[in-house]
Ligand binder design. Structure first.
Ligand code: F6P
Length: 537
């Protein structure tokens, strides 16, 4: 076993190395090595990962790879995929990879093979999605269900809504699929606008079946059905996807309409679980199986590929390099695809809920900052919104650009070429700038460049490719968490706010609160007072 001082040595070497390389520019690095474009890119299954425009050289990669090796990341992934309780604070496995493992796999959790349970759920999902897609699922009045409204929040919404939007070209033409996660009343009203209660089903996804927002949405959906006066058997209009079957049953859901969300799947890692049911209904079970196959490909590649060509690890290590050594606090994710517009918010939860942590294992007590602020938006639109800041702002923001070589069909290749031309142009401009050597040019027109970016290029946005991308980001997140020494699978930080909100709500509704109103802090008191004044006007 390597000692912590040994790990610190690698870290110190990286700090030393950083002092030298940060004096260089990307232009110099490209001049020094004419093969940089290929030396710092890797073909990773169907994805091309190019980190050549990051401020790294071969020594950086070697040292970062040493860091990864010291953290025994590969063994961590093998343990994770074998069902070991790698979620250390909650003492349970993180087995999202089992959900897309071949059906003849054997993965034991406390001595029981989890694959039969996964297969059973998947078959139930397939059967249900076939029924609904073929107009054979009937509502309470005997009318076929044609609209699906997915209710859920966080990991119970972000993955499936992102994928549904990304794969909209694969969506069932006659089905209406909508998502609602917000308890802003207008949002639910707009989601339900134009839908017929007789032909609408709600899919309520909540691992805990305890999330206030989701339960409120379900309650309001129920009222909407009741108000129609035609829907009498409400349970025919609700599906539950949960790890808390009892709570779902107590809420009036039918046993046969509940799909299992195992305890060992984290919400933000749950797209390949029953939480993907709404996506399966949208794209069909065949395409859904392609999504799972894509994920499984990257799962296998991540644990089998050597460090220097391992796309997952290169991305994780670049994240650590940019955050902990170059001190860049944020990363912008820019997909050059309107279909991928929900990808940045999806990644916000995946990466920030996993890595936004200050409790590190003692052997990792080196370096200060862990995890980056993830933000971003689609390509050309953001060029006309916030790219000025990226090119000339006083802070450097590493960018990650995602591109696709072809559009959903070949008839629009010209537009696709233009999208990629823009992607490439921006990554070039960020890296190399312009006008720095021109004496007569006014300062305002000069772009210093030296702003790092990564490009991830894929052939086409299909379920198979999206699966690869999702798995790539899942594992990259886990890898950087493990190397940084935080548990990427828990999220204790969000619990406090939830309980305070319940308390305040009780108080606002004039019900008894566990906290005496007068003991709340003066800011909250004043705000509550003002809220009540505004509410009554
Ligand atoms: O508040 C954070 C969180 O616990 C997420 O991790 C999770 O994805 C989300 O809430 C929703 O939780 P649930 O699926 O239990 O409703």
């Amino acid at each position: 076993m390597h000692s912590s001082s040994n790990k610190n040595r690698v870290w110190s070497s990286l700090e030393e190395h950083c002092k030298g390389i940060s004096k260089k520019s990307l232009t110099e690095l490209f001049d020094e090595n004419p093969n940089r474009g290929s030396d710092f890119s890797t073909s990773f299954e169907d994805l091309w990962v190019d980190i050549s425009k990051q401020l790294v050289d071969s020594t950086t990669i070697e040292l970062l790879s040493d860091l990864a090796e010291e953290s025994k990341i590969n063994q961590f992934f093998l343990d994770m995929m074998a069902g070991s309780p790698v979620n250390s604070t909650e003492k349970k496995p993180a087995l999202h990879t089992a959900l897309r493992a071949p059906k003849d796999s054997k993965i034991l959790v406390e001595g029981t093979n989890v694959i039969p349970r996964i297969t059973e759920t998947l078959e139930k999902m397939e059967e249900f999605s076939h029924l609904i897609r073929n107009g054979k699922l009937l509502g309470s009045t005997g009318a076929p269900i044609t609209s699906v409204v997915a209710l859920g929040i966080g990991g119970s919404n972000l993955g499936s809504s992102m994928a549904h939007k990304a794969l909209s070209k694969f969506s069932h033409a006659e089905m209406t699929i909508r998502f609602c996660s917000s308890i802003d009343a207008l949002d639910l009203d707009q989601t339900l606008d134009g839908l017929n209660p007789e032909t609408t089903i709600f899919i309520v996804t909540s691992k805990s079946f305890n999330t206030r927002e989701t339960l409120l949405l379900m309650e309001n959906a129920r009222k909407w059905l009741e108000d129609s006066a035609v829907v009498t058997e409400l349970s025919k209009h609700f599906v539950g996807i949960t790890g808390s079957r009892d709570k779902a049953l107590n809420s009036g859901l039918k046993e046969s309409m509940i799909f299992d969300l195992p305890d060992w799947v984290g919400g933000r890692f749950s797209l390949s679980s029953a939480a993907g049911l709404v996506l399966m209904i949208s794209i069909g079970s065949d395409e859904f199986s392609h999504l799972l196959a894509g994920m499984n490909k990257i799962d296998n590649k991540t644990v089998s590929e050597s460090f220097e060509s391992n796309g997952t690890l290169l991305l994780a290590l670049t994240d650590i390099w940019n955050r902990s050594f170059l001190d860049y606090p944020t990363m912008a994710v820019i997909p050059y695809s309107s279909q991928m517009s929900y990808f940045p918010p999806y990644l916000q939860q995946l990466m920030m809920e996993s890595l936004g942590k200050n409790n590190r294992t003692s052997e990792h007590e080196f370096g200060n900052s862990v995890g980056s602020v993830i933000w971003g938006s689609t390509g050309t639109e953001s060029q006309h919104a916030f790219f000025q800041f990226l090119h000339q702002g006083t802070d450097v923001v590493p960018c990650e650009m995602l591109g696709f070589s072809s559009s959903y069909d070949h008839s629009h290749q010209e537009l696709q070429n233009s999208l990629f031309a823009n992607l490439l142009a921006q990554s070039e401009a960020l890296a190399f700038g312009s006008g720095t050597g021109e004496k007569d040019l006014i300062r305002e027109k000069k772009l210093d460049g030296n702003r790092p970016s990564t490009v991830i290029l894929a052939p086409k946005l299909t379920p198979f490719i999206l699966g690869q991308l999702v798995s790539l980001y899942e594992h990259r997140t886990v890898a950087s968490g493990v190397i940084w020494g935080v548990n990427p699978f828990d999220q204790w930080g969000v619990e406090l706010g939830k309980s305070i909100a319940i308390d305040i709500e009780l108080e606002m509704n004039d019900t008894s609160s566990s906290k005496d109103a007068t003991t709340r802090n003066s800011s909250s008191e004043k705000l509550l007072e003002r809220f009540k004044i505004f509410r009554n006007t």
